[in-house]
Design a protein around this ligand. Sequence first.
Ligand SMILES: [Zn+2]
Length: 158
Amino acid sequence: MEGKLTDFDKEMIKKSIELAIANVEKGGEPFGAVLTKNQEIITEAVNEAYINQDPTAHAEMQAIRQSGETLNLPRDSDITMYASGKPCGMCMAAMLQVKITRVVFAADEELGEVYGWGTQPLYDSLKKDFGQQGIEVINCPDPKSKEAFVAYDNKHKA
Ligand SMILES: [Zn+2]
């Protein structure tokens, strides 16, 4: 967790915390996020897991969903996710998937744990080998399974 914090970073973190507090007022969970590109706000988001009955609707996930084409553009820009709390393993995986450049967060593991929002159990589970994480995982090979890949290649790489 190296890297320097700028005044802009601190301003965006304050914004993410304000979003989190406002979200609690609306009946949501206490998390907010701001996604920026080259120091301009792309989108602001809050945890809507409870509001939407969608357990994946964490603030960072919502920010990614709301960012539209921005994350698909060729990347010569800094994309920073600001989060009011330490991102969980699911959100970190999503941020890796969409090639977020930086993540800056406020409440750390120690503070989150005090209030029952610790992320460490999921990170511990993700450290285990695939298939050893407490969910039964079965590979069912089928020769036909490659047809979807072939169809995609035929459509896009011909
Ligand atoms: Zn999350």
